[in-house]
Write a new protein. Structure first.
Length: 156
């Protein structure tokens, strides 16, 4: 909230957010959708990345609607007055949560690596998911690139 309150002019530039917490314990990944509940690109991309990562085996990860899994800082970004669709990825709940056993010793390097790969997969899709916008009016001139006016490849 402090960051947003001092940088409100940046809010329209944010397309999506990913809130990460408890990524290293030995529990399943849990995707919590944004406030729109799977109606934004970040929701759909995250779900698809998890599906592909776990070979469509829904027993290997969990999903939940907004605020059904855990309520945390994703709420700050995804509230109506801010409006940045924000998913949450966590490995919550786990038995050690907020106990004296909730220490770095429960972290798993394999689970941290798995979390990293999922987040990187989401970011990779976001980076390449775009629709080009022409900087001109009219139809593109493709014959100079070996294409006819219909877009069909011309023979030499």
């Amino acid at each position: 909230m402090a960051y947003l309150s001092h940088n409100e002019e940046l809010i329209p530039e944010f397309k999506a957010g990913i809130f990460l917490e408890m990524m290293g314990n030995d529990n399943q990944l849990h995707l919590q959708f944004s406030r729109s509940n799977c109606d934004t690109p970040i929701d759909n991309i995250a779900y698809k990345v998890l599906d592909e990562r776990f070979n469509y085996d829904h027993d290997k990860y969990r999903v939940g609607r907004f605020r059904e899994v855990i309520v945390n800082d994703e709420l700050v970004w995804d509230q109506p007055t801010v409006g940045v669709p924000t998913i949450s990825l966590s490995r919550w709940p786990y038995p050690e949560y907020h106990t004296s056993d909730d220490t770095p010793s429960i972290l798993s390097e394999a689970r941290l690596q798995e979390s990293l790969e999922v987040v990187q997969g989401i970011i990779d899709v976001l980076d390449t998911d775009y629709v080009p916008k022409p900087l001109y009016r009219g139809i593109p001139f493709l014959s100079g690139a070996g294409y006819g006016w219909t877009g069909a490849r011309m023979r030499n």
